[in-house]
Design a protein around this ligand. Structure first.
Ligand code: NAD
Ligand code: WQD
Length: 339
């Protein structure tokens, strides 16, 4: 049976990789993305990789009238909801921008789903919803956030959970991603942040590609293996496949379920820099700077629930994450810009 999935935010980093996975698994996709943090070129690349069409509606998902029109033109079997703003620092500076965009997008989407009897939703949540930072983190651990971005994820989870409770035909999966990195093996799609990256891997990638001088390591006095921050980096292709597993599960269940998508392994900043050097053969100079406010020492997943119920696990290691990231950088030194 050919199923059609609406992918909101599908032109973005994780969305574009997930579109590839969906198309390769035999789904059709329709993307709703106003391109505020992405380029249409990413979807052209998805079409190139898969040889399949990716219709794009360049709409603001929180514009319910525009979104309803898209629902009126297709029969969707499910929605994967990536659309949202995601920069933690920006969310502290502009909280209303984040609450307005991320919450309205979720509410507008759920309203359209109910109106058009679309019963299956997979939502991009984040490990940032956990208050208790004792790792490994399991899904039941206490929730609470340190910034507005995180709250929009936790609040969206609540909005989805409450909506599903009163609509027993609905099935929603909340996927709490850890630290997605890497790129598609083709090197045609990857992460293309605007300006100077906030996150470690895009920063390292720019240093390795000669676009930035050196990596600033935020603190080496944490209580971790080498004093630098430890995170659960997960390859974006593994993450994309996690969405396929979540859809399979959602099509045969109702109610709301949350899953961590992580590897269960923690790597320190210095270990990642070292892996990147080895995987790329490039120089990655760094300096130790003070801690970044708000950072925790370590954060990694207990991914057992996803193993047990979704029959999914991350397969790619840190070397592959770094190698594919570098490959993307080498083929696209200016991201999607040049095309
Ligand atoms: P991204 O910015 O590359 O992709 C998000 C896409 O959503 C962009 O293409 C953007 O243009 C679009 N968008 C934003 N608001 C929109 C709106 N109102 N209407 C239409 N389109 C809109 O980010 P990503 O890294 O691919 O993240 C995808 C999702 O996963 C986000 O919801 C993010 O919060 C979540 N997430 C990301 C990470 C990460 O580290 N990358 C970690 C955990 C969760
Ligand atoms: C990783 C490690 C830094 C940059 C963020 C969001 C989280 C989620 C994923 C969306 C930390 C260190 C970083 C640099 C460094 N996103 N670092 N120099 O903070 O774990 O998670 O992205 O949901 O919500 O908070 O990721 O890549 O920024 O940092 O030393 O230039 O690298 O201190 O230890 P983080 P990150």
């Amino acid at each position: 049976m050919n199923r059609t999935i609406l992918v909101t935010g599908g032109a973005g980093y994780i969305g574009s990789h997930t579109c590839v996975a969906l198309l390769e698994a035999g789904y059709s996709v329709v993307v709703a993305d106003d391109l505020r943090n992405s380029k249409e070129e990413s979807l052209k690349r998805v079409e190139k990789i898969t040889g399949k069409p990716v219709p794009l509606y360049p709409i603001d998902v929180s514009d319910e009238i525009a979104l309803d029109r898209v629902f009126g033109q297709h029969h969707f079997d499910a929605v994967i909801h990536f659309a949202g703003l995601k920069a933690v620092g920006e969310s502290v500076a502009e909280p209303l921008l984040y609450y307005r965009n991320n919450l309205n997008a979720t509410i507008s989407l759920l309203s359209c789903m109910l109106r058009h009897h679309v019963n299956v939703l997979v939502f991009s949540s984040s490990a940032t919803v956990y208050r208790d930072i004792t790792s490994p983190i399991s899904e039941e651990q206490e929730k609470g956030c340190t910034n507005p971005y995180g709250w929009t994820k936790l609040m969206s989870e609540q909005i989805i959970t409450d909506t599903v409770k009163t609509n027993p035909n609905l099935s929603a999966i909340l996927l709490r991603y850890f630290n997605p990195i890497g790129a598609h093996d083709s090197g045609l799609i990857g992460e293309d942040p605007n300006g100077i990256p906030n996150n470690l891997l895009p920063y390292i990638t720019k240093v390795a590609g000669g676009k930035l001088d050196k990596v600033h390591v935020f603190g080496n006095d944490y209580d971790t293996k080498d004093g630098t921050g430890v995170r659960d980096y997960i390859h974006v292709v593994d993450l994309a496949n996690g969405h396929l597993a979540a859809l399979d599960y959602a099509f045969s269940h109702t109610g709301t379920e949350a899953f961590n998508l992580g590897t269960g392994n923690g790597y320190s900043v210095l270990e990642v820099i070292d892996a990147y050097r080895k995987a790329s053969g490039a120089e990655v100079p760094y300096v130790i700077d003070p801690r970044r406010p708000g950072d925790v020492a370590q954060n990694f997943a207990n991914p057992k629930r996803a193993h047990d119920l979704l029959h999914w696990e991350a397969k790619r290691d840190i070397m592959n994450m770094c190698a594919t990231s570098y490959h993307w950088q080498q083929l696209n030194p200016n991201g999607y810009e040049e095309s």
